[in-house]
Design a protein around this ligand. Structure first.
Ligand SMILES: Nc1ncnc2c1ncn2[C@@H]1O[C@H](COP(=O)(O)OP(=O)(O)OP(=O)(O)O)[C@@H](O)[C@H]1O
Length: 267
């Protein structure tokens, strides 16, 4: 297929010779008879935002969990040169019996960080996320869905990670809250040149936020295509991203994958 080379390019070995995260999986199975992942290799450069998209069940979360070191691949290896990584899931995973401040502080567990530095980070995160002093002593059940998701992001950012794994963390939010989260996240990510690997169902979201988008096909999961989005993130408009999405779905392999041959029709 032809992509407009100024906007969407088929990525050909865009990772530097020295990526900060290198994942090479040749096989992954939860059960001996069911191969979930076939060959999948990915190198991510420092400060790069890479998204994985693909049909439900193709193995995106499995790949992300392996990349994040939460799961051992049946065959393969992960090499990371980053210092601190954090994972953010679709469910906020806040502890219901802890207040907001205690949930955010939970991000510090297992780290030796001086208490004045902890207090500084908590204050800064509360300010960025828009939490009042009153909010900080509330329990998760007393917070709105958007606040809970912001709290989960704040907790993940407490350790000031240089590598962030996101598994559909915005999918339960409305469009306005989602954009709010994008801004909060990208502000932090850009400021600290953090590297990001994100799984999403949403092609528009992937094209909005990423430097590179990887499209996975199922049975067993494998990388079908890599797309580089060359419009700088700060310059992307919704209109441009909608055009990129249409362009991507014109690719017969991608359309086939998502069963979107007639993508222009609403139904
Ligand atoms: N813990 C597990 N034990 C057994 N099978 C699993 C486990 N986790 C995932 N699977 C299976 O592995 C396959 C890939 O699942 P995975 O969650 O990685 O896909 P996905 O692309 O992230 O899906 P979705 O988009 O629906 O979240 C599926 O067939 C799923 O049933």
């Amino acid at each position: 297929m032809m992509f407009d080379p100024g906007r969407l390019e088929t990525a050909q070995d865009v990772s530097s010779p020295d990526p900060v995260l290198k994942v090479k999986i040749t096989d992954h199975r939860y059960h001996p008879l069911q191969q979930v992942l076939d060959e999948c290799a990915l190198g991510i450069n420092k400060g790069e935002i890479v998204s994985l998209i693909g049909p439900s069940g193709c193995g995106k979360s499995t790949f992300l969990k392996i990349a994040a070191g939460l799961l051992e691949p049946s065959e393969g290896k992960v090499v990371s040169k980053t210092k601190d990584s954090a994972v953010l899931f679709q469910e906020h995973r806040l502890l219901p019996w802890k207040t907001l401040i205690d949930n955010m502080s939970f991000g510090f567990r297992g780290r030796t960080i001086p208490s004045d530095e902890k207090a500084r980070r908590l204050r800064k995160a509360a300010q960025i996320m828009g939490f009042s002093d009153e909010d900080m002593v509330k329990y998760p059940s007393e917070l709105s869905g958007g606040m809970r998701q912001r709290a989960a992001l704040a907790r993940a950012l407490m350790i000031e990670p240089d590598l962030l794994f996101l598994d559909e963390p915005f999918s339960a939010l409305d469009i306005g809250r989602r954009r709010e989260m994008y801004r909060l996240l990208l502000g932090e990510v850009r400021q600290r040149n953090c590297t990001v690997l994100m799984v999403t169902h949403d092609v528009f979201e992937a094209l909005s936020l990423s430097d590179r988008v990887i499209i996975m096909s199922p049975d067993p999961g494998a990388f079908l295509k890599e797309i580089k989005v060359s419009i700088p993130l700060e310059e992307r408009t919704r209109h441009m991203v909608a055009d990129l999405e249409a362009e991507l779905l014109c690719d017969s392999e991608v359309a086939e994958l998502f069963r979107m041959h007639d993508w222009d029709q609403v139904l």
